[in-house]
Design a protein around this ligand. Structure first.
Ligand SMILES: [Zn+2]
Length: 113
């Protein structure tokens, strides 16, 4: 379990150990719910057909929201950028998630996004 946590971004050996020990102290039902949530998310979450954000349906919640301004499109690199903007509550348009950034130095060209 510790090795699996260490594979996650931003999780070092000490945090992996702390999380593992914490989970081992939790009731069996809670661990089963946690494991089921991970598997369900992996199985059910895909990409929005329109903006490429995370979605559990063909269109994400933002693209399917008719109250959003669909003539204003904010282009972001990753879904996490979209989520940060959504937390601000300031932008009422829709998004286009590139899935990365163009970086000729790293060999990432526009056709790869
Ligand atoms: Zn969308």
């Amino acid at each position: 379990m510790i090795e699996q946590f260490e594979r996650l971004p931003g999780i070092g050996p000490r945090t992996a150990q702390r999380l593992s020990l914490y989970l081992l102290r939790q009731p069996q039902e809670q661990l089963e719910a946690f494991a089921a949530a991970l598997l369900t998310a992996k199985r059910c979450v895909g990409q929005c057909e329109q903006c490429f954000h995370l979605a559990t349906a063909p269109l994400c919640d933002i693209c399917s929201d008719q109250r959003r301004r669909h003539n204003q499109i904010c282009v972001v690199a990753e879904s996490r950028d979209l989520l940060a903007l959504e937390r601000s509550g300031e932008f009422r348009g829709v998004y286009h998630v590139l899935g990365g950034v163009i970086s000729p130095m790293d060999g990432v060209t526009p056709d790869m996004l």
